[in-house]
Ligand binder design. Structure first.
Ligand code: HEC
Length: 144
C-alpha cells in the first residue's frame, strides 16, 4: 500500500511539473493487455507483415521486430519513443495511415512477441503517457 501511494505521488509530481524525461514505469510492469495484443496481431498481419515477416523475422531491408536487435535498438529509450517511431515512419509505404489506437495495439503485440509481460491496463494511445514508461532490455533487479 505504501508503495502504491509512493508511486502515485511520483506520477502526480511528474504530471504536475511536466517533467518529460522522468519515467515512472517500465516495460516490465505489464503495460498492455492480452486482448490488446491480439487485436494488434491482426493489424500487424494486414499492415506490417508484408515487409517485416509474418513471424517478425524481417525480410530484405525491413529489420526483425523481435529479438535482440530490435530490443537493443530501443534499449534505454521510452515506450513513447518506440510508439512515435512507428507512428510517424511506418508502414514505410504510408506512414501515419493508422489511428493511434491501432498503433498502440500493434505495439502491444510487439511487446508481447518480445517477451514483455501483459497486465491489466491497455497501452495508452497518447505519446506523453507512453514517454513515462522506460523501455529496458533487462528486468530491473528487485522488482516483481
Ligand atoms: C513497405 C515495407 C514496410 C512496411 C509495410 C512496414 N515497415 Fe517497418 N521498416 C521497414 C524498413 C525498410 C525499415 C528500416 C528502415 C527504417 O528504419 O526506416 C523499417 C523499420 C522499422 C522499425 C525500426 C526497427 C529497429 O530496430 O530500428 C520498426 C519498429 C518498424 N519498422 C515497425 C513497423 C510496423 C509496426 C509496421 C506496421 C504498422 C511496419 N514497420 C510496416 C519497412 C516496412
Amino acid at each position: 500500500m505504501r508503495k502504491a501511494i509512493a508511486a502515485l505521488a511520483v506520477t502526480s509530481i511528474a504530471l504536475l511539473t511536466g517533467v518529460q524525461a522522468q519515467t515512472t514505469q517500465s516495460v516490465w510492469n505489464g503495460i498492455y493487455t492480452e486482448d490488446q495484443a491480439a487485436r494488434g496481431a491482426q493489424n500487424y498481419v494486414q499492415v506490417c507483415a508484408a515487409c517485416h515477416g509474418a513471424t517478425l523475422g524481417g525480410s530484405g531491408e525491413a529489420p526483425a521486430l523481435s529479438g535482440g536487435q530490435f530490443i537493443g535498438d530501443f534499449d534505454g529509450q521510452t515506450v513513447g519513443d518506440v510508439f512515435d517511431r512507428i507512428r510517424t515512419t511506418m508502414p514505410q509505404s504510408a506512414p501515419g495511415v493508422l489511428s493511434r489506437e491501432q498503433y498502440a495495439d500493434i505495439l502491444a503485440f510487439l511487446l508481447k512477441s518480445n517477451g514483455f509481460p501483459a497486465g491489466k491496463t491497455e497501452l495508452d494511445r497518447r505519446s506523453e503517457y507512453l514517454k513515462a514508461i522506460s523501455f529496458e532490455s533487462s528486468k530491473p533487479a528487485g522488482k516483481p
